[in-house]
Design a protein around this ligand. Sequence first.
Ligand code: AMP
Ligand code: GLY
Length: 426
Amino acid sequence: MKILVIGSGGREHSLALKFKQDAKVSEVYCAPGNPLMAKDGIHCLDISMDDFPTLIDFAQKNNISWTFVGPEIPLFNGIVDAFQAAGLQIFGPSQLASRLESSKHFAKEVMQAQDVPTAAYVAYNNLVQAQAAVKSADFPLVIKADGPAAGKGVKIVQDLASALDFLEEIFSDHCYGSQNEVVIEEYLEGVEFSCFSLIGKGQVLHLPLAQDHKRAYDHDLGPNTGGMGAYSPVPFVSQSVFNEVVNRIVEPVLKEMAARDCPYYGVLYTGLILTQEGPKVIEFNTRFGDPETQVVLPLLGDNFAGVIDDLLHGRPSQLTVEADQVSLGVVLAAEGYPGTYQKDMVLDKLITKLPDGLQIYGAGVELREGHYEAMGGRILMLVAKGSSYEICRDQVYQFLGQHPIAGTFYRKDIGHWVLDKREGVG
Ligand code: AMP
Ligand code: GLY
């Protein structure tokens, strides 16, 4: 098989690498990819992930067996519909189905129709009504700007003044895009975790659970980010809670999507909070998580590409998981991230001295005149797999500690929910 991956980050790097491990795969291409993927033998293509006609042309001329979409924006823009219209196989949801991520209001409607446990909410499409709602609300509560690419437009507000400020930012200052809708929802208390499901024709497979660390700094402080580190599996989620996620959340949502004439295929990422009353949904994403993918995929057997191929062709399939292994990874970020961040730091000593057993996934890395340099907020991720979280943590932090890069930072407490000791790392 020849496979094309769309995207350029750590998630796509780990996907491409995993596909490459399958003996059935001869070549893996990535558009546009990144220089660390190229180092791992993945063919990076100078094609933008928004340029559907050129991507389709490449897939047709190079006999690509199927395409796997990493990030959400091409899905929102209809890449799956475009490839299918050209007669090509592609793993992901249609543009209509991707509303499960692009519209928080739509996702809430789908959940409500199936009585899926989630935070109580009301959606407002004008500032005055939203202001009136927060004036009579109890705090804390959560305000989410609706619409595509509004990932950063989520705030947990503790009082009326900050709620009113945030509403002004959304409706008047358009800080989170031009959309004019907010979802105001109940604040859920508990630990977060992520569930990834693969949906093919008549078949749903679930991957090991993962936990991301979304805040920028240690002890879960600081601003929300794309994710600063992750580990998998998540031992505090019991089999019965997992069954509840599948039976009360994932399956009913898939049933509802089919009933609404937009059947869901591809990856479904369910973001959850484990509350006193059980697991509740905080969001759906229509793609894999970044950085969760980088810790989940190493736990799978080498037949992952074969599984996706089975799902695309409606053949019964099964994931293989290394049940005695765990995985943990830490993101190296640029000083200033998630705000304005430093660039151009030379990363060679990290990248060229990687010991056996550690995997590096590139994100904001550029190769300039033979040197690897930082050019993104999240620069790269280091991931270890082993028999315990302690072993993995020590391996990653020892290496990061021995190869400091000025102008970068990383969290020192990744995995703290499953590791007692926070000291002695970094
Ligand atoms: P979202 O973009 O919906 O995933 O929200 C971003 C982050 O805000 C989540 O990862 C949670 O940490 C937090 N969050 C979102 N919704 C809620 C909620 N209802 N209760 C508590 N925290 C939330
Ligand atoms: N790690 C969070 C996300 O991928 O949305």
